[in-house]
Ligand binder design. Structure first.
Ligand SMILES: Nc1ncnc2c1ncn2[C@@H]1O[C@H](COP(=O)(O)OP(=O)(O)OP(=O)(O)O)[C@@H](O)[C@H]1O
Ligand SMILES: [Mg+2]
Length: 439
């Protein structure tokens, strides 16, 4: 009985056409064809093309990880070596070295002989055939080599076989600046000498434009091509819902499709959450998604985003940005920017710079009359709720007691951006004195 239920559950889940969450490959990739085509063309042309090193910029939930995944699939199908790393925690170099090892081990596991590469196969070859990598590793790679030497050798070996190496680097904004500078210097060196086929596609939050992209020691990333992830339009969302539902054997009315398309928002993450909620509300695939189910699904999607997206965005930014958003929320989420800036005077260093970071990360918007509102990455309610955790909003709690003792709230990080160090402050929220990038 238990097994039967499990099987039915598995079957139902297999029919489910939507994939809410983070980094889950969607069944239908919406609105990315031009970017995928352009990136693929850049990889095909090789190291002389600007797009051979690209940084993808997009807000939380805009589909960066999924896009990196797609590029990995495309290159892997052409026999490229993929090195997949993220910069969330320290140890970037070790992780790349570990990825090279993993690629070698995986390639060793591949069955069959290595097909010869001929002029007639495409520049990047056809089909995975990395078995060469395992044997070359045994003969050539030395355990004490540094990353630059390993990559250079790997690039040379790949080049001899007319394939490439793709490094996908996710969460670039979270990178430790010293580690990233070292990696950038290695890549700069590699790309200057020998034109080796080692491509980098990195992804991070849009405020990279204001942080790492103005760092002279990161010239590899500054000079690489930068691509914004386009917003999903209502028309694209409409087609996505219609096709996803019908492909999975479900039914949806025109009215429901219009409601869902109009409230899908610009980020795929919300679009997926909305589709998923509508699927469940209507009891799909048997039930039809009608206007009532779609309207209920919009409420579920709002709650999903409030629980999963906004807290993460609040956490990403620093105390200065949080205070600005709290001030805007206190003015009911729409106010003259000059008033919001005046509200934070004395508590925020350089509020104009912090506002700019909020703007590029789509937490806020500003119209031509100087009226500020929340953008798709934050809501007034979420900012109001976040504001309750600010040290100044907590008289009598750990934060205030700590501040009175001359220390700070040990449970939260300040996270304020420090333009000269190009890092975020690691001290506890509400600390005394200046910000610090290291304890
Ligand atoms: N182009 C797309 N079409 C359809 N669904 C998508 C698309 N891109 C992403 N998604 C869906 O949206 C969800 C969020 O995508 P993803 O995790 O790639 O966003 P992200 O930008 O990496 O977010 P974060 O900044 O938080 O890491 C994924 O689980 C996936 O199902
Ligand atoms: Mg991601």
């Amino acid at each position: 009985m238990a097994n039967l239920l499990d099987d039915r559950f598995v079957e139902r889940e297999a029919e489910r056409p939507f994939a809410p969450g983070f980094g889950i490959p969607p069944r239908l990739l919406v609105g990315r064809d031009p970017l995928v085509a352009s990136l693929s063309a850049g990889l095909d042309i090789g190291p002389t093309d600007d797009r051979f090193s690209t940084v993808i910029l997009g807000s939380r939930g805009s589909g960066k990880t999924v896009l990196l995944g797609r590029m990995k699939e495309i290159t892997a199908a052409s026999g490229w070596v993929n090195l997949d790393v993220d910069a969330t925690t320290r140890g970037l170099h070790d992780r790349i070295v570990a990825e090279i090892e993993r690629a070698c081990d995986d390639s060793e596991a591949l069955p069959g002989p290595v097909p010869a590469v001929t002029e007639r196969t495409s520049r990047r070859g056809v089909g995975p055939r990395l078995a060469w990598l395992a044997s070359e590793r045994k003969q050539i790679f030395e355990p004490n080599w540094n990353l630059r030497r390993r990559l250079t050798t790997l690039g040379r070996l790949a080049s001899e076989r007319s394939v490439g190496v793709l490094i996908t680097l996710d969460e670039l904004h979270a990178a430790d600046i010293e580690e990233l500078r070292r990696f950038a210097a290695d890549m700069q060196h590699i790309s200057q000498r020998g034109q080796l086929p080692i491509a980098v596609i990195a992804a991070g939050l849009p405020d990279l434009r204001l942080t790492f992209f103005v760092d002279r020691k990161l010239s590899f990333f500054v000079r690489s091509s930068h691509a914004d992830l386009p917003h999903i339009t209502a028309a694209q969302a409409y087609r996505f819902f219609r096709d996803s539902i019908s492909d999975a054997g479900g039914h949806v009315t025109e009215e429901a499709l219009s409601i869902m398309a109009d409230s899908a928002g610009p980020y795929p993450m919300r679009m997926q959450a909305l589709g998923n909620a509508a699927w469940d509300c209507a009891g799909s695939p048997n039930g039809t998604i009608d206007a009532a189910a779609a309207t209920e699904a919009v409420r579920h999607a709002d709650a999903y985003i409030a629980a999963r997206l906004y807290p993460q965005v609040w956490h990403d930014v620093g105390m200065s940005e949080r205070r600005l958003m709290a001030a805007l929320a206190a003015r009911d989420g729409a106010a003259a920017l000059t008033d919001v800036l005046a509200d934070v005077r004395g508590t925020v260093n350089n509020p104009a710079a912090a506002w700019e970071r909020l703007l590029v990360n789509e937490c806020v918007t500003e119209d031509s009359y100087g009226i500020a509102e929340f953008g798709p990455s934050m809501s007034p309610e979420a900012a109001r709720s976040g504001a309750r955790s600010l040290p100044e909003a907590n008289p009598g709690t750990a934060a205030t007691a700590a501040a009175a003792r001359g220390s700070a709230d040990p449970t939260r990080r300040c996270n304020d951006y420090m333009p000269r160090a190009k890092r975020r402050c690691v001290l506890p929220a509400g600390h005394n004195g200046g910000c610090r990038s290291r304890r």
